[in-house]
Write a protein that binds this ligand. Structure first.
Ligand code: PSU
Ligand code: MN
Length: 305
């Protein structure tokens, strides 16, 4: 029988042993979501923000076929620079590990590993969702099904309008995933503070969200929770600017026949290029904002349980 080994950094191991607050971080955002060197700068800053807000960051990745929970700076730097990392979702993990691959973990894979490691909260930028035209392509991110079966609370800034946002929200309802907006009535659209869709619930503080997490767990719900934290006003892009860029990128992907797991990385890279870096700047700002909320939630949650 092959058993699963996970490597923990000392910092994360100590924190988990003490029952101290820990926040998980994904790594597809590093390997496939942003270009070097901004990806490395972002990854380091996110960890600093989590520490500054009282929690320990646990960046999760697969390095040469092995799961790591908490990366040292040299590992982070290497991952940010590597050009042969694959993108691994929860269903890909086993096969990628057997082949000894290095992989950025998507939201679904990171949730799965965080749950196994005993980490309740995970911060990222955006989650995957139901793609536009899914009625023909069936392209629905595995992130949504993982949210429906794994009890990890994911803090994001909503989803990008590269996706069909109303369908994504409907799908999450079917999966019994609560959607809670932080300090807003609206579900945010990543670069902008509103998608035009209402969020099901609004909670205004990390403490309230932590209480909801504890109750959701006590109810035996078994699913994840999606916390939608709008991008700060001063970092938000205007819908007029970003929507044109997104439309152009979506059209290019269709014209070039981009499919499967390449769709999301292709769109992220093209949006960044077409917006001349403005989307990347906003993306980094919202990830830091999510890390801060997630760290405060982790502190509040540990005070409750
Ligand atoms: N959306 C973003 N940035 C990202 C991703 C999505 O705005 O970096 C990444 C996340 O890792 C997410 C994955 O889990 O893409 C979803 O990929 P797919 O759509 O192929 O399921
Ligand atoms: Mn897909």
């Amino acid at each position: 029988m092959t058993s699963l080994t996970m490597h923990f950094s000392d910092e994360v191991r100590n924190a988990l042993d003490k029952g101290a607050p820990v926040v998980a971080l994904e790594s597809t955002i590093i390997t496939h979501g942003m270009p070097f060197p901004q990806n490395l700068e972002m990854a380091r800053k996110v960890e600093d923000v989590i520490r500054a807000n009282g929690a320990v960051p646990a960046t999760i990745a697969v390095l040469k076929g092995e799961i790591h929970v908490g990366l040292g700076d040299a590992q982070l730097e290497q991952l940010a620079q590597t050009t042969d990392a694959v993108k691994t979702s929860s269903r890909d993990l086993a096969a990628d590990m057997v082949q000894g691959l290095t992989a950025g973990t998507t939201v679904s894979a990171t949730m799965r590993i965080a749950a196994l490691a005993g980490i309740e909260i995970f911060a990222t930028g955006g989650v995957g969702g139901v793609h536009r035209g899914a009625e023909d392509s069936f392209d629905i991110s595995a992130d949504l099904n993982e949210l429906g079966m794994t009890n990890t609370t994911v803090v994001c800034a909503g989803v990008k309008s590269i996706l069909d946002i109303p369908k994504t929200l409907e799908y999450l309802e079917t999966q019994r995933v609560p959607i809670i907006a932080h300090g807003s009535d609206d579900f945010p659209a990543f670069f902008t503070r509103s998608s035009g869709c209402k969020a099901d619930h609004r909670l205004n503080s990390a403490e309230e969200i932590a209480k909801a997490m504890a109750l959701h767990h006590a109810l035996g719900s078994g699913t994840g929770i999606l916390i939608a934290n709008p991008i700060p006003e001063e970092d938000a892009l205007t819908p007029e600017f970003i929507n044109g860029t997104i439309e152009a990128a979506v059209k290019e992907a269709a014209d070039q026949g981009v499919g499967g797991k390449d769709v999301t990385p292709f769109l992220l890279a093209r949006i960044n290029e077409l917006s001349e870096g403005r989307s990347l700047k906003a993306n980094i700002a919202l990830v830091l904002n999510n890390a801060k909320l997630a760290a405060r939630m982790a502190v509040a949650y540990k005070a409750l349980v």
